[in-house]
Write a protein that binds this ligand. Sequence first.
Ligand SMILES: Cc1cc2nc3c(=O)[nH]c(=O)nc-3n(C[C@H](O)[C@H](O)[C@H](O)COP(=O)(O)OP(=O)(O)OC[C@H]3O[C@@H](n4cnc5c(N)ncnc54)[C@H](O)[C@@H]3O)c2cc1C
Length: 476
Amino acid sequence: MTRIAIIGGGISGLSTAFAIERLAASRGLEVETVLIEKEDRLGGKIWSIKEEGYLCEWGPNGFLDNKPMTLELCERLDIQNRLARSDDNARKRFIYSDAKLHRLPENGPSFIRSDLISWKGKFRLAKEYFIPKRQDDVDETLAEFGRRRLGEEALDKLIAPMVSGIFAGDPETMSLKSCFPRIYQLEQEFGGLLKAMLKLAKQKKAERKAGKAVASAAGPGGVLTSFVNGIQELTDSTADRLQGTIRTGAGVEQIKKKEGGYELTLQNGDKIDAEVVVTAVPAYRLANMVSGLSIVLADILRAIKYAPMNVVCFGYEKEKIEHDLNGFGYLIPKKEGCSILGTLWDSSIFPNRAPEGHVMLRSMMGGATNAAAIKLSDRHVQDYVMADLREIMGIDASPDFVRIFRHQNAIPQYTTGHGQRLLALEEGFHKLPGFFFSGNAFFGIGLNDCVQASNRAAEKVVGYLERNGSEPESTS
Ligand SMILES: Cc1cc2nc3c(=O)[nH]c(=O)nc-3n(C[C@H](O)[C@H](O)[C@H](O)COP(=O)(O)OP(=O)(O)OC[C@H]3O[C@@H](n4cnc5c(N)ncnc54)[C@H](O)[C@@H]3O)c2cc1C
């Protein structure tokens, strides 16, 4: 029986443990998994908190169905019948600019009609078609890419809000290749984004004509998917299905190499021996754990920085809000000078987010471009959010329900050099037989990315076991 320690009980650790148990069983390998979580609860960033009839998501509120990984996990857990999908209205996303909410255009004609981007900005965008692809292999920032291909206005009003909406990040520092590898590939493959859009649309049309199944009409971003009782159903259900031991309430402090495996020292002094270790914790935590194994790896891990964020849930009686809340919510370009990054109209997206006759709005504040917001008092956070909601949505009423969640280290920032750091980490961990790493600090921050990276890590673990643990595997 091989003991495998999985460190971290967020979606990455849980789905890694689940995948290892599943794959090991299917290949006749006897394993004993031990999942170790620092906190008293499992789920990591996933936490659906129900209070006074409101369901507040502490972190993510769903995953997109345009990638299969999380949906496949739901099928394996047999919880697909409990999924809640956002309806068509949630496709309506808005950008706050020049004192009004503009619907984010979804196609060419609606883009031309939209007054979000000026005519000058639209012409600049159209010029993208004629801009040659970049020939060198520079790790460009999102801002450099945006300015080069789409122009300053599109960068400010489209790209930067998207980066803050997904990564709480600063486009001036984030790496295009690491954050949006698909966009990088589109330029490389098709010579530009407009060329790619036209060619791909043509391809799809031809496939449809030929009777082939084409990706759903959910749109390029897919449909946001969760559960009636919140996204925590995903981590709860995964944890429930684990066969091995789950230890909560004391994190791993140090990992030491020993004959035939590793010795883990927990914060409470307990020791756990394991032949195989898979980590799924934030990079700065992993840095501390492996500092005794490799100072070089620890330093690389510490270079992966995190952006802080406040998540602010406001509940109101519906009749106090004049706005129809018909849509997903909005993002705000930095130039508008608001305190918040944007607001999700959570009770319009999924059922069961607010009591009957009430609504729930969830605003994000902080991120890499306003890191100081994490230090504001609750009173100030509430006042700033109320001021922004008044300006943007005309809400004068005070909220009946307020919850403020603080994430000191909300989201890892894939800044330029991230790809090089990953290569160095893979090379470094490769020298430690039976040591594997997963988690959102490396291969993508979306839930789909986390599940995919976990599945990959599990495959590597099982491959390693099949070779009797005699040969070190690549660790990604
Ligand atoms: C506010 C917010 C909104 C988001 N919205 C979305 C969204 O809508 N859709 C989406 O796809 N993604 C979203 N994300 C991103 C997504 O939630 C995360 O990338 C994902 O949940 C990370 O999972 P993880 O398991 O890799 O890390 P985590 O969830 O951070 O889990 C790591 C776990 O390791 C534990 N740990 C730390 N140190 C130790 C130690 N020493 N020993 C043992 N355990 C330890 C931690 O306590 C934690 O439980 C959002 C993130 C945030 C913060």
